[in-house]
Design a protein around this ligand. Structure first.
Ligand SMILES: Cc1ncc(COP(=O)(O)O)c(C=O)c1O
Length: 288
């Protein structure tokens, strides 16, 4: 479908945050792309929406606080596509989180399923059985995997790189499933002089680390993978992290999310760089 009517701020702006003794820190403000489709979310969805058949429903998946579900709900409503979300946790309801309330308000149909059933769907690459499709009124549905992941996501995530007028010496990016960084790497030229620093929000993401390392190696790109061994793992925040996040926000005048980008900021605080450093802000801050 034609994507020009989507109200997204792309290319996103790049701002200088500060100078330090041996260089400067910049931020690509993907968090400004849209209040509800913030950061890497439209990057991941763009390729899917280009190919989608708007006359058929789309089935997608997530947890009660999924940034992906919020973004997808907005995009489906904007494109007048029937969106169906399969949500992890049969005990939940739309009242459970601001995200689910928002999805319902945007016209998304929500189905709550047991975590064990959700796990099976994940193992089967999000391909529901005929019975499930019937139950969810999604018989002719197209499938958009959890988190907006899939080959289609590389197109949009690659644009994070191609939008850059000046290629930095160091590029810093938060990671969960590693879809975003793989998209960026796919757009980078072989032997690029930019070193990529991946700050994982997940402790011991071995599979993701292996595929990113392999991709960087094949393209002769220098890579550093930072495991989440500092704060206790995914979604965990320490007192020190909260203090660092608050200090950033009061100095720079805007919020960063605690789960992903605050950990990039903490990485910057404990690392010595030389040259230009570009932090890709992957968004994740919402007003309920
Ligand atoms: C705000 C935010 N930043 C970073 C990420 C990590 O992106 P990825 O899963 O593509 O590595 C996510 C998850 O999608 C996210 O919601």
């Amino acid at each position: 479908m034609d994507l020009s009517s989507f109200p997204f701020l792309t290319p996103s702006p790049t701002e200088k945050l500060l100078d330090f003794s041996a260089g400067s820190l910049w931020m690509k403000r993907d968090d400004l792309i849209h209040p509800d489709v913030s950061g890497n979310k439209w990057r991941k969805l763009k390729g899917f929406f280009r190919e989608v058949d708007p006359s058929r429903p789309v089935l997608t998946f997530g947890g009660a606080h999924s940034n992906h579900l919020r973004a997808a709900a907005f995009a489906f409503a904007h494109a007048s596509i029937k969106g169906i979300a399969v949500v992890r946790g049969e005990e939940l309801s739309p009242q459970h989180s601001p995200t689910l309330k928002y999805c319902e308000k945007m016209g998304m149909t929500l189905h709550f399923i047991p975590r064990s059933e959700y796990k099976v769907l994940r193992e089967k690459d999000w391909l529901p059985t005929a019975r499930q499709l019937q139950e969810w009124d999604g018989e002719s549905a197209q499938v958009l995997p959890e988190g907006g992941a899939g080959k289609h996501a590389f197109e949009g995530c690659g644009e994070i790189w191609t939008e850059l007028d000046h290629k930095p010496d160091h590029l810093l990016i938060a990671s969960g499933t590693a879809t975003t960084v793989l998209g960026i790497l796919s757009a980078m030229p072989e032997g690029s002089a930019t070193k990529v620093h991946v700050i994982s929000a997940v402790k011991g993401a071995i599979k993701e680390q292996a595929s990113v390392t392999e991709c960087a190696h094949q393209k002769s790109i220098d890579l550093h993978w930072e495991d989440e061994v500092y704060f206790g793992g995914f979604g965990k925040l320490s007192e020190q992290l909260i203090v660092q996040k608050a200090a950033f926000e009061s100095k720079h005048g805007f919020a960063i999310d605690a789960v992903y980008n605050a950990k990039v900021w903490a990485y910057i605080q404990r690392t010595t760089f030389e040259g230009s450093v570009l932090w890709i802000n992957t968004g994740g801050v919402f007003t309920p």
